[in-house]
Design a protein around this ligand. Structure first.
Ligand SMILES: *Cc1c(COP(=O)(O)O)cnc(C)c1O
Length: 387
C-alpha cells in the first residue's frame, strides 16, 4: 500500500535521538529551548513554546487568550476536530464559518457576514481559529482586518503549514495573528513523533503559555504572587497541565528542521507533477492563491460528479483496492455526533458538505518516488473509468 503520508527518518535523526539518550537530560534539558529558538528564528516569530502535541498548543493558546465559559470560538468545519475541541476544553461554545470553494479554507466573506449578524445578536466570537488546510494559508490579511474591526483574537492552526509562506514570508511570523500552532505528528511536514509548538510575538502570551504547559508552576520570582520561602521554592500561580515536550522529541525536531525547506520544495514539485498528470481527468486539482506558497501537507482532489458515473465511495474503494492509501480530510466537524449534540445539522455549511462529498487525499510525502506517483495516477484513471 502506498500510504497517504509518511515520515522521513535519516541516520542523523537517529544519531540525534541516541545522543539525548546518552545525555543527562531526557526532559527539561537544552534540546527543547534549542528547538524553540531554531523554529522561532526560521519563521520569524519572537517566542516559541514546544509542547507534546498541536492539540495541547491549541488548548494553551485559547487559555492564554482568555477563552472561557460564555465565550465563542469559531473555526472552519473542514479541519481536524482538534481545531474546534480546544474551545470546548475551555468551556467555550464552538461555531463554524463555511469554506471558500476554491481554497477550502475558512471564507473571509462568510466570516464577515456571520460577524455582522453576531454583532446584532451580541454573540461575537472571542477567538477565531484559521486553519491552513493542506498547508495553503488562509486569507490572513482579510481575517486580521476583521479581527481589528470586531475585536476577536486569531489563532493560526498551521498544523499542515510549517515551511510554507504567505505573501512571501514564512507562516508563523505572526504578522496577522496572535498565536500560530504547528504540529509535528509523523504525517505532518516535519516530525517529533508526537509534538507541537505555539508561536507568538507577544511576551505576555508566551509567559502564560509557558506556565500553562507545566502545571502553572514557576521558579521565576518575578512571576510569584507570594514571597519565596527559600532557594528550593517553586510556586503554583495558575492551574496548568503537563504538556511538555521531551528532549528526545526536541532533538529529533532540530534534526528534521534542517530539511524543512527541502521537504516543502519536494512536496511542491510532486504536487505540480500531479497537477499535470491529472489535468485531463474528471477531477479538480487544488487551486493555489498567488499569495500562497503551500507546505503541501495534503494533495486533495475533488471528483467532478457530473462527469463521472461512479460514486465518491466507489472511487475511494477502487483506489484502496489497488494499493493506494487514499484518505479523506476531513469529515465536516459539525456533522460529528459530538457536535450534533450541540444542535448542528447536516446542511448548515453547504460548501463544506459539498467538499466532503467530492474530496479524496492522494498520497504525498517527500520520499515518494515518481514511479509511485505514476502508480497512483494509473490507479485513479482505472477508478474513474478512464482506461
Ligand atoms: C494534526 C492536526 C492537529 C492536531 O495535531 P496533533 O499534533 O496530532 O495534536 C490539529 N489541527 C489540524 C488541522 C491538524 O491537522
Amino acid at each position: 500500500m502506498i500510504p497517504y503520508g509518511r515520515q522521513d527518518i535519516q541516520p542523523q535523526d537517529i544519531e540525534a535521538v541516541i545522543d539525548v539518550l546518552r545525555s543527562d537530560f531526557l526532559t527539561q534539558g537544552p534540546a527543547v529551548p534549542r528547538f524553540e529558538t531554531q523554529v522561532a528564528e526560521k519563521v520569524g516569530a519572537r517566542h516559541a513554546l514546544a509542547v507534546n502535541s498541536a492539540t495541547s498548543a491549541l488548548h494553551i493558546a485559547c487559555l492564554a487568550l482568555g477563552l472561557s465559559e460564555g465565550d465563542w470560538l469559531w473555526t472552519s468545519p473542514i479541519t481536524f476536530v482538534a481545531s474546534a475541541n480546544c474551545g470546548r476544553y475551555c468551556g467555550a461554545q464552538v461555531d463554524f464559518v463555511d469554506i471558500d470553494p476554491h481554497t477550502y479554507n475558512l471564507c473571509p466573506k462568510a466570516l464577515e457576514a456571520k460577524l455582522k449578524h453576531a454583532e446584532q445578536e451580541g454573540r461575537l466570537p472571542k477567538v477565531v481559529v484559521a486553519v491552513h488546510l493542506c498547508g495553503q494559508p488562509c486569507d490572513m490579511q482579510a481575517i486580521h482586518a476583521l479581527a481589528q474591526r470586531y475585536g476577536f483574537k486569531v489563532i493560526e492552526d498551521a498544523s499542515h503549514a510549517i515551511g510554507g509562506k504567505y505573501q512571501g514570508e514564512y507562516i508563523g511570523n505572526g504578522r496577522y495573528s496572535d498565536i500560530t500552532v504547528f504540529s509535528f505528528h509523523p504525517v505532518k511536514i516535519i516530525t517529533t513523533a508526537e509534538g507541537g509548538m505555539a508561536l507568538t510575538n507577544d511576551g505576555g502570551l508566551a509567559e502564560r503559555m509557558d506556565l500553562l504547559r507545566s502545571h502553572g508552576v514557576t521558579r521565576n520570582p518575578e512571576l510569584m504572587t507570594q514571597e519565596a520561602d527559600g532557594p528550593w521554592y517553586y510556586q503554583q500561580v495558575d492551574l496548568g497541565f503537563n504538556y511538555r515536550m521531551t528532549e528526545l522529541q526536541a532533538a529529533l525536531g532540530v534534526s528534521q528542521l534542517d530539511r524543512l525547506d527541502d521537504y516543502v520544495a519536494r512536496r511542491n514539485a510532486l504536487a505540480a507533477r500531479y497537477d499535470d498528470l491529472l489535468a485531463d481527468l474528471p477531477v479538480t486539482t487544488p487551486w493555489q492563491h498567488p499569495d500562497s506558497y503551500s507546505g503541501r501537507h495534503l494533495y486533495v482532489i475533488r471528483l467532478q460528479h457530473e462527469r463521472l458515473s461512479m460514486s465518491h465511495r466507489e472511487v475511494f474503494e477502487a483506489l484502496r483496492e489497488q494499493g493506494v492509501g487514499v484518505n479523506l480530510h476531513y469529515i465536516p466537524v459539525h456533522t460529528q455526533p459530538y457536535y450534533q449534540t450541540m444542535g448542528f445539522q447536516s446542511g448548515d455549511f453547504p460548501e463544506a458538505e459539498r467538499y466532503y462529498a467530492e474530496a479524496i487525499s492522494l498520497p504525498l510525502f517527500p520520499t515518494m518516488t515518481e514511479g509511485q506517483q505514476d502508480e497512483v495516477v494509473e490507479a485513479l484513471k482505472k477508478a474513474v473509468g478512464e482506461v
